[in-house]
Design a protein around this ligand. Structure first.
Ligand SMILES: O=C(O)c1ccccc1N[C@@H]1O[C@H](COP(=O)(O)O)[C@@H](O)[C@H]1O
Length: 212
């Protein structure tokens, strides 16, 4: 089986960036969504990006925000990838000068016809929710006879150390993306490194060891 890369999202603490870097996480996500419990400001982000190792790609997450706002953040913070999480964000993909990961609800992705592709679209992120740990019942759809190939897609939605290996074995995504499932109890934006280590172990155990 091909291996699967890991994105840990919703990081707000410099010490978490350092610890996740030491664990060799491939993608780290920073949330600029207004109203999110993990929302970063221009100021709070400054101290975070400096600690991201070269081998790790940084991802800035936006949802239903203006092009002007997104560009103003990108000007200050040279992140590698933009994640557009809103259902209404499709038109922005081609206007950004960075690779874009575009979130789609799994139902939308399964209908395929609605998935317009642009040259800077890096991947679709299949997620039924927005950082609330909401899961999707992929099993039901796998048994309808419709071909499901997630090998280029990123997968999120309530992933955790307890369920990630079954998702990897069942769906073989390119990247598994986790936010709330590896947080310290009752502390949104603060990662539990024990949970992250256990998540990594489950992902690597379900594949061959290193990322794609
Ligand atoms: O985490 C948030 O607060 C958030 C807010 C708005 C849009 C996206 C958000 N998080 C993203 O949700 C997925 C998965 O989250 P979870 O593992 O189900 O909790 C991840 O891509 C985050 O970037």
């Amino acid at each position: 089986m091909n291996n699967v890369a890991i994105k840990v999202c919703g990081i707000t603490q410099p010490q978490d960036v350092v610890a996740l870097g030491e664990q060799g996480i491939e993608y780290m996500g920073f949330i600029f969504v207004e109203g999110s419990k993990r929302q970063l400001t221009e100021r709070s982000c400054l101290g975070l990006l400096n600690h991201v190792p070269k081998a790790t790609k940084s991802v800035a997450v936006f949802m239903n925000q203006s092009l002007t706002f997104i560009q103003s953040i990108l000007k200050e913070f040279p992140v590698d990838i933009v994640q557009l999480h809103g259902e209404q964000d499709g038109d922005l993909v081609k206007l950004l000068d960075r690779p874009v990961v575009q979130r789609l609800h799994p139902f939308t992705w399964l209908q395929r016809s609605q998935c317009t592709e642009h040259s800077n679209l890096k991947a679709h992120l299949l997620d039924p929710g927005a950082g609330h740990g909401e899961t999707f019942d992929w099993g039901t759809h796998l048994h309808t006879g419709v071909e499901i190939n997630l090998s280029k897609a990123w997968l999120a939605g309530g992933l955790s150390p307890a369920n990630v290996s079954e998702h990897v074995r069942l769906l073989h995504p390119a990247v598994v993306d986790v936010c709330s499932g590896v947080e310290a109890d009752g502390k949104p934006g603060h990662k539990s490194i024990e949970k992250v280590i256990s998540f990594i172990k489950e992902v690597r155990g379900a594949t061959n060891g290193s990322p794609k």
